[in-house]
Design a protein around this ligand. Structure first.
Ligand code: KIV
Ligand code: ZN
Length: 510
């Protein structure tokens, strides 16, 4: 019989450590709801000791999810574990995830601890966490560069103290598949009480091997995979959920394992993560990239038309790519909109629905068909970001071949209206000039990119920007049928994210 692999999603914790990817509590809650719909078994909601904002977001998620386990990360200190438990204690299925480095280099330079001290701390922290819940995960940070026998000793100690999952992270993305698979087998063979815990792996993608390492580990006995949507995460990212799940799905003869993931929710979830974080998906990204199912060469197209399996190893429908969407138009009523939003995972209050319906009608006047992606934009911008400091009230631009581009912008800053004028070498430059003066920002605009959300000339333009200020990086995203408005929304979103980051600094783990 096929065995099941537990899918532990850390998009909201390790994924949020991607440069610029900070999310507010409402955005995290929306993503968490979608991840539960996708069927992840465990959702790591955040690192509550890192900031009040993180605590609040984890606590809200813990209160909302009913089927999915909600994990909170903690270092081994009592304070971290107290904060983690404080944030998840009301969850239907809470899990405390504590971690401590075990490689010589980390113990010496980062922790300044001896091996004996690490063993003692691991034991004490797991026992302390165990006083709150039986569901404890212990991670040996930098496990792949740790002395193997010492690593097994640490795991034996953690399991002895009550850990129910032990996690083997390749924290710096250094391992290669044969080596990592061998490490997993070594841990299983040399940790006497290993049968009392689930063996988990957590890989980083610095050498582009995170998925390969994870699959090799599963093949050698790991039964939990720690992953993120679109593979987002610190540096080169984490193992991507969609790659692991679709590998299991597509190659059962070599990988006889199942997961609880509803594969048809993969694409909508991937799209939502990109929309909320502002991190664009590279076109050639496996499974969810725009080109993953696009056949350019004529000979391929011909084959695919005759039989899709000539060149397609997966069906687009399996990941929800071509799932038929209810298309709404300007004659669609409030009732149809509410029930469609419910299916998408939004349970809106009457006031929220009123606002979304108004924006939907405005959009439907400009665009013939309003699809799911358009509704996600309306909700992200109209509902999830309402606590923003900077809000756009009004924008007017003049530009053309014979005038100096000029923009007039009215913003509200913490509810206070301000207005100004700016000039530039184009309408976007002029609007940005005006906004930066009004906001008094010192941030530098490092990147600007523009694309279309859906196909068709009436599609909404989607703009992402990257802003940097005093070492903090924020991505901003905005969408609108008018690309100048989309650009302005993206800039303002970036400024809001910078403010959020200043108030809620992300503490890097890895
Ligand atoms: O990469 C890592 O080691 C981590 C741990 C906290 C699991 O993210
Ligand atoms: Zn990590």
């Amino acid at each position: 019989m096929e065995e099941r692999v537990i899918i532990f999603d850390t998009t909201l914790r390790d994924g949020e450590q991607s440069p610029g990817a900070s999310m507010n509590a409402a955005e995290k809650l929306r993503l968490a709801t979608q991840l539960e719909k996708l069927g992840v078994d465990v959702l790591e909601a955040g690192f509550p000791a890192a900031s009040e904002g993180d605590f609040d977001a984890v606590s809200k998620i813990a209160g909302k999810l009913k089927k999915t386990e909600v994990a909170a990360l903690a270092r081994t200190s009592k304070n971290d574990i107290d904060r983690a438990w404080g944030a998840i204690q009301h969850a239907a299925k809470p899990r405390i995830h504590t971690f401590l480095a075990t490689s010589d280099i980390h113990m010496h330079y980062k922790l300044n601890m001896t091996r004996d001290q690490v063993l003692k701390t691991a034991s004490e922290s797991v026992k302390y966490a165990k006083s709150f819940t039986d569901n404890i995960e212990f991670s040996a940070e930098d496990a792949s560069r740790s002395d193997r026998d010492f690593l097994c000793k640490v795991f034996e100690t953690a399991i002895g103290a009550g850990a129910t999952t032990i996690n083997i992270p390749d924290t710096v993305g250094y391992a290669i598949p044969m080596e990592f698979a061998d490490l997993v087998k070594y841990v299983i063979d040399h940790t006497p009480n290993i049968n009392k815990a689930v063996v988990s792996v957590h890989c980083h993608n610095d050498l582009g091997l995170a998925t390969a390492n994870t699959l090799a580990a599963i093949n050698n006995g790991a039964r939990q995979a720690e992953v993120t949507i679109n593979g987002i995460g610190e540096r080169a990212g984490n193992t991507s959920l969609e790659e692991v799940v679709m590998s299991l799905h597509t190659r059962p003869n070599y990988l006889p394992f199942t997961s609880n993931i509803r594969t048809e929710q993969i694409f909508p979830t991937s799209r939502l993560v990109s929309m909320i974080t502002g991190i664009m998906i590279q076109p050639n990204k496996a499974i969810v990239g725009a080109n993953a199912f696009a056949h350019e060469a004529g000979i391929h197209q011909d084959g695919v038309l005759k039989n899709p399996m000539t060149y397609e190893i997966m069906k687009p429908d399996t990941i929800g790519l071509s799932a038929s969407k209810l298309i709404l138009g300007k004659h669609s009523g409030r009732h149809a909109l509410r029930s469609h939003l419910k299916k998408m995972g939004y349970d809106l209050s009457d006031d929220e629905l009123k606002l979304v319906f108004k924006k939907f009608k405005e959009l439907a006047d400009k665009k013939k068909h309003v699809v799911d992606e358009d509704l996600e934009v309306i909700i992200t911008e109209g509902i999830l970001r309402t606590a923003d400091i900077f809000q756009l009230e009004y924008l007017h631009v003049t530009s053309g071949t014979t005038v100096i581009p000029m923009a007039t912008v009215k913003l509200s800053i913490n509810g206070r209206p301000v207005q100004g004028t700016g000039y530039g070498n184009g309408p976007i430059d002029a609007a940005y000039d005006c906004i930066s003066k009004l906001a008094g920002t010192e941030s530098e605009l490092q990147r600007f990119s523009i694309s279309a959300i859906t196909s068709g000339t009436d599609a909404q333009g989607e703009v992402t920007v990257r802003l940097k200020e005093n070492g903090l990086v924020a991505l901003g995203r905005g969408a609108d049928p008018d690309i100048i408005t989309a650009s302005v929304k993206a800039y303002i979103n970036g400024l809001n994210r910078l403010e959020y980051l200043k108030a809620n600094p992300i503490k890097a783990t890895a």
